[in-house]
Every structure is written in structure tokens, then in C-alpha cells.
Design a binder for this molecule. Structure first.
Ligand SMILES: [Fe+2]
Length: 346
């Protein structure tokens, strides 16, 4: 297993790069915009392919690297389903799994620091974002933070993990890099409370100044989505209505780019072929499945995914591979459902 903890000294942010093997798929958790060049260099040096960039929550102290990593590597951007970010490729909920090849994490919804805070549990370790810090907890006084919810997330979820579980937070300002659940239970001063009311009282009296760049950073992090308008101008996008009207047409081949778990949870479209996004380049190569099906049938490939990001990138990848007769469903199956389109069990 390849595991790297990376540090941004300006914001005190830890980012985590994970992969199961050299030459394999990788994911990065909580990347910082200013460090993107460094991450990409390391990813090249370790011979990895970045498939997912994940934020534990909408950050207020640094601009996320999600958008830049997507633009430069065409990776999938991931956040929790409660995020206010305009578009990310994939949204997770408690009970879902966050996976790349050989790496699988359980998703826990751990609100309190923000209402879109999630933690990811993988075997002997947990990535706690700003919910549980080393000898601290994330502030709860903005971004719909709520000390009561945080208490529940801590005492009801994170502190129930085995004591030896390694704790990897999104921040540390003292230079500590890792802790354990047992250590935090005993020595984290915020956790030495006897009741939820005592915790709420403690968090209500912190009187912290706002992060310096908060007014710039939060709006920037909310507008991390891929701009899909260019495809529309080029006639390479169908809006949900047009897509619904084209259902069943013999000259159209719908291609579902999502993961099996997303299809199982959210359903799929009638007649859609499944071609997961991480293998899109192989599928589009001469001899690849999509390339051959498109050539054999003469049908126009219409890609779709959850929110339209993966499908927009697939249209670009197809063009690059010399396949011009493609399009995507703007806004993905989310927009399709909102427009009343029929969905089959996945
Ligand atoms: Fe935060």
C-alpha cells in the first residue's frame, strides 16, 4: 500500500495520497490548490494514476485542489451529498464506499464542524477531516456548524471506532501528524466533557477569529464545478428534456459512466451500456469496447453520469481519441430525474 501524508504549511492542511500499488489507481484526500504541482509530480514519481480527488468538507481556510486536479488529470471529484459545492462528479452518503483499485473506505457522515463534514474509515485508520483533530475538534461557529451535531458525530461515531485506530486529521497547527482514537479519548481536552450541554458550552466560548481568507475561500470552493457550457455551444450536450425525448431512438447509444454502486443506489436508464469512467481511455481506443460498438452500429454515443462532469470529460476524451459523434446529458441522471425522466433499477 502506498500512503503519503502531505502538508501545506500556509494553511496547516494535511492531504493524503493513497494507492494499493505502483502503476495503479490513486486517490487524494483534501488537496490544497497551491500544492497541486507538487502532488502531480509525486503521482508521476510513484507511477500512479489519479482517479479520485476527495474533500472531507467545504474548506474555509484554503482553496481546494479538486478543480485543478480534475482539469489537469481528468480525475473524478468527490464530496459528500450535503455539500454546497456547485458540481462535483460524485457525491457520497453514509454507508457508501469510497474506492479506487485496491483501496476501499467506509463513508461516515460526521457533521458539526460544517453540515457537509464526512469521515472515511479504512481498516486501521480514519480520515477525520476537521471533525476530530489531534487534541482538538473543528470549530462549529460558521458554515452551518453545530456543536450538538458534532458531539453526536464524535461520541456516537468516531470515538466508537477501536481505540487503536489511527486518526489522520485535515489540519494540525502544532506539528502533530497522527494520533489514535484511544489517545484522543484520554487526552483530547475537548472530549473530557460529561454531557452534550457541557460540550456545546465549551464550543460556544472559544471566541476564535474568522479564518483570514474565509470570504474569498468559501465562495471559491463552492464554485469548483467543471464549466459545461462550452459543450452546449458546440452542440455536444443534451439537456435533460432533450435526452428524455431521445430515449429509445435507434441512432442513440446511452453510456452510463458511473460505478456499479451508484447504479445500484440511484438506478440507470433504459438500454444504457455500462462503461465506468476510470477506464474511458481504454474503451475509446481502437479495439476498445465503445470504439467498436460505435463503429459497428453507427450510433451516436450519449454519455451520462451523476451530475454531468464525468460525461463532459468523456466527450472531450472521445474527441481526442478521434470519435466526434458523441454528446452528454448535461447535469447527469440528477437533472434527468428532476425533469421527470424514467429510471430503471440499476
Ligand atoms: Fe474545515
Amino acid at each position: 500500500m502506498i500512503f503519503r501524508q502531505l502538508f501545506d504549511a500556509v494553511s496547516g492542511t494535511y492531504s493524503y495520497l493513497l494507492a494499493s500499488r505502483a502503476g495503479g489507481e490513486a486517490m487524494i484526500i483534501d488537496p490544497v490548490l497551491e500544492k497541486v504541482d507538487r502532488y502531480l509530480q509525486l503521482i508521476r514519481e510513484l507511477d500512479l494514476r489519479l482517479v479520485k480527488a476527495v474533500d472531507t468538507h467545504l474548506h474555509a481556510d484554503h482553496i481546494t485542489g479538486l478543480g485543478a486536479l480534475r482539469d489537469r488529470t481528468h480525475c473524478i471529484t468527490v464530496m459528500g451529498e450535503n455539500t454546497k459545492a456547485d458540481v462535483v462528479s460524485m457525491r457520497l452518503a453514509e454507508g457508501d464506499r469510497l474506492t479506487v483499485e485496491g483501496v476501499s473506505m467506509d463513508v461516515l457522515y460526521t457533521p458539526g464542524h460544517t453540515d457537509d463534514s464526512y469521515s472515511f474509515v479504512m481498516g486501521d485508520r480514519v480520515f477525520t477531516g476537521d471533525t476530530l483533530l489531534i487534541r482538538g475538534t473543528g470549530r462549529t461557529d460558521f458554515q452551518n456548524g453545530d456543536a450538538r451535531m458534532q458531539y453526536e458525530s464524535l461520541f456516537g461515531k468516531l470515538l466508537r471506532l477501536p481505540d487503536e485506530t489511527l486518526v489522520f486529521p485535515a489540519h494540525d497547527y502544532k506539528g502533530d501528524t497522527v494520533s489514535t482514537i484511544g489517545e484522543e479519548k484520554r487526552y483530547n481536552p475537548r472530549l473530557q466533557v460529561k454531557s452534550i450541554d457541557e460540550y456545546v458550552e465549551l464550543m460556544g466560548n472559544l471566541n476564535l477569529p474568522n479564518p483570514k481568507l474565509m470570504d474569498v475561500v468559501i465562495p471559491a470552493n463552492m464554485h469548483v464545478g467543471l464549466h459545461q457550457d462550452e459543450l452546449e455551444k458546440q452542440g455536444l450536450a443534451l439537456n435533460a428534456r432533450q435526452a428524455i425525448d431521445s430515449l429509445g431512438r435507434s441512432d442513440v447509444l446511452l453510456v452510463d459512466l458511473r460505478e456499479s454502486s451508484e447504479r445500484a443506489k440511484h438506478g440507470t436508464l433504459s438500454g444504457a451500456m455500462h462503461a465506468p469512467y476510470p477506464s474511458i481511455d481504454e474503451s475509446l481506443r481502437p479495439g476498445g469496447m465503445l470504439r467498436e460498438v460505435a463503429a459497428a452500429t453507427g450510433r451516436r454515443i450519449v454519455f451520462f453520469c451523476a451530475f454531468g462532469e464525468r460525461s463532459a470529460m468523456a466527450v472531450a476524451a472521445a474527441k481526442e481519441a478521434g470519435l466526434a459523434n458523441t454528446a452528454h446529458i448535461a447535469g447527469g441522471i440528477d437533472a434527468w430525474k428532476k425533469a421527470g425522466g424514467p429510471v430503471l433499477p440499476g
